[in-house]
Design a protein around this ligand. Structure first.
Ligand SMILES: O=c1ccn([C@@H]2O[C@H](COP(=O)(O)O)[C@@H](O)[C@H]2O)c(=O)[nH]1
Length: 474
């Protein structure tokens, strides 16, 4: 389809209309471009995507992002036709579940080409660019199908994002006039309108409502119905520590040595009690004594994953009798919410305050704890606020519920991974940008020559990232 053919087809399918229309920018226009309809005309959708691609194929960028909603199918067609990666900006923020506004796989600093159907003032592209920046991405370029030539290009380029367009409104008008599709009076009216509205201001508040405030841990403690969650928030504030340490070694003496060394820097000790070769009850007693000495809570990373009745037995019985000494345990939601009730009953039988973390996300490559599964975990947590204190997660998931906390494993001072699929991100990224609360560190600390000094480095990095996050939304 050539350009004239496309413009005539847009006219025929009523994607170009004449009358009196109120635009998002507030102005009343005698012409309205409604590219929403093209989803019902695959030939038009394909032609639009191909022409837009022609304009930008030589530019350098990492991901496409369609402005919701009209440009989403256009961006999708380009992404599929050209085998290019796309990210997707949410227009509405979800009540619960992943709070990310930009979906997809991307890393901070990557660049984006924004795809839009029409620009007038440029407000919609600016809104999308703002959310992309908030997600750590760089909106470098934009491509629009029709530029209404009303100042949008200048407004967007002033923000550092280049604008490329396939057609201008004048070109559309000129083509329809040449093919005698319009009365001369209508053409004159539209030209007059364009001349009088060459500079449309971005509407006063095109931006989405501000993100929820990141409350200080001290304030979040007061919102926490579970005594252990409350205590952990308080310890974090008292020790200025949002560092959890896991001495994943197999000898009792080494676990105790490492724990005593890093104890002053941590708010939480995470154990894998079933890897200890010389486990005995004295280990438990000594760990509890260290927890009192250094003021931290103990989290047994048992990752329960069976039916309610079985996990209750695993929790309270057997060699480890976890419910008698752990402050916090965790569970997969795979078996359904019965697992939460089973563990709650176990805690009650032991007569102790215990908090539960749900494994909403994981750090390992290719893990399946994503999307709807993650959201189901958030829903379950909201339904059991007395017992579920938060999540193992890679980011903040429900910022509207500050009583819930996020513990993120897979953290080291430099990004990387191990040979078995573990993936590491930095404290700054995890706590500062992704909204997690506590970093979970093992080998990064006990693998260092001086574990105590290394733990301090992690404590300072995570605490500074937390403080910066609170200040940024204050
Ligand atoms: O998704 C998950 C859940 C749990 N872990 C646990 O965290 C530590 C990480 O240890 P590093 O030595 O810092 O890699 C480990 O105990 C895992 O069992 C996780 O890594 N990812």
């Amino acid at each position: 389809m050539d350009m004239d053919g496309l413009i005539l087809r847009l006219f025929d399918i009523q994607a170009v209309k004449f009358g009196s229309f109120k635009l998002k920018s507030g102005i009343t226009s005698p012409i309205y471009l409604d590219l929403r309809v093209i989803v019902s005309f695959p030939d038009v959708l394909a032609a639009v995507a191909a022409l837009m691609w022609e304009r930008v194929k030589d530019l350098q960028w990492d991901h496409l992002c369609g402005v919701p909603y009209t440009a989403l199918p256009i961006a999708t067609v380009i992404a599929v036709q050209q085998s290019r990666s796309m990210v997707m900006r949410r227009k509405e923020k979800k009540e619960y579940g992943t709070s990310v506004l930009v979906e997809g796989r991307y890393t901070a600093g990557q660049t984006v080409l924004i795809v839009e159907d029409i620009i007038t003032s440029g407000a919609s592209i600016l809104e999308t660019a703002q959310d992309l920046r908030a997600a750590g991405l760089q909106p470098l370029h934009s491509i629009v199908m029709i530029n209404r030539e009303q100042g949008g290009q200048a407004n967007i380029e002033a923000s550092g994002c280049s604008v490329h367009s396939v057609l201008t409104l004048s070109q559309v008008l000129e083509c329809l006039e040449r093919h005698q599709r319009l009365e001369p009076a209508v053409v004159g009216q539209v030209r007059q309108f364009l001349a009088a509205n060459a500079q449309v201001a971005v509407p006063a508040s095109p931006l989405p409502p501000p993100r929820p405030k990141a409350l200080p841990f001290a304030q979040r403690a007061a919102l926490c119905p579970n005594p252990v969650g409350r205590r952990l928030f308080e310890i974090m504030e008292q020790k200025k520590s949002n560092l959890s340490f896991n001495p994943d070694v197999t000898k009792k003496a080494e676990i105790l040595r490492l724990t005593d060394l890093v104890g002053p820097s941590i708010c939480m000790l995470k154990t894998h009690i079933d890897v200890v070769e010389d486990f005995d009850w004295d280990l438990v007693e000594q760990l509890r004594a260290l927890a009192v000495k250094h003021n931290f809570v103990i989290f047994e990373d048992r990752k329960f994953a069976d039916i309610g009745n079985t996990v209750q037995l695993q929790f309270t019985s057997g060699v480890y009798r976890i419910a008698e000494w752990a402050d916090i345990v965790n569970a997969h939601l795979v078996p359904g919410p019965g697992i939460i009730d089973g563990l709650r009953q176990g805690a009650k039988a032991a007569g102790r305050d215990i908090g539960l973390l749900l494994l909403a996300e994981m750090s390992s490559k290719g893990n399946l704890a994503t999307g709807a599964y993650t959201e189901a975990n958030v829903k379950a947590a909201l339904e059991h606020p007395d017992f579920v204190i938060g999540f193992i997660a890679m980011q903040g998931l429900a910022p509207a519920h500050p009583n819930l906390m996020y513990i993120t494993p897979g953290v080291q001072l430099a990004k990387g991974g191990d040979a078995l699929g573990q993936q590491y991100d930095t404290p700054e990224a995890v706590v500062g940008r992704k909204g997690s609360d506590i970093i979970q560190v093992g080998r990064g600390i006990f693998g260092a020559a001086d574990p105590a000094a290394e733990a301090e480095k992690y404590r300072v990095a995570a605490w500074e990232a937390y403080q910066a996050r609170v200040q940024a939304t204050a």
